[in-house]
Design a protein around this ligand. Structure first.
Ligand code: AMP
Length: 121
């Protein structure tokens, strides 16, 4: 699937629509999910144009890969849910149709602040 420049996260990255920002650096932007499924529900997205985790794994540079993982950890620390400062969380990436992905720009969901529950329905 080619990257859709008009997906909602691309618009957020371009500053065309607002987000409730948690963190930003050269590699990632993080913001609160608009429809939280748990007490804490954050999203972490790479700044590069990648549709999903498979696309990212194939095309991203090593620097971008490290940047995304470090970004997830930084956001978890900021939210008080990383194992260093809190009780943990779930990081989840939906991939394409069977994965239930709705927004075609790679994103990790971070769920926490309470027990997250069953892994899959
Ligand atoms: P997914 O099903 O993995 O593609 O998840 C997409 C997520 O993006 C959902 O949890 C939505 O609630 C969330 N979402 C959609 N639009 C926005 C927005 N404008 N700001 C923040 N989160 C959003």
């Amino acid at each position: 699937m080619s990257y859709d420049e008009n997906n909602i996260f691309a618009k957020i990255l371009r500053g065309e629509i607002p987000c409730n920002k948690i963190y930003e650096d050269d590699f990632v932007l993080s913001f609160h999910d608009i429809n939280p499924q748990k007490k804490i529900h954050a999203l972490v997205i790479p700044k590069g144009k990648y549709t999903d985790l498979d696309d990212f794994s194939l095309k991203a540079s090593s620097e971008e890969m490290v940047g995304l993982l470090k970004g997830i950890n930084t956001v978890a620390k900021k939210l008080g849910i990383s194992t260093k400062v809190g009780k943990g969380y779930r990081a989840l990436a939906n991939i394409s149709e069977h994965g239930g992905q709705e927004v075609p720009h790679l994103h990790f969901h971070l769920f926490g602040g309470e027990r997250v529950g069953k892994m899959v329905e």
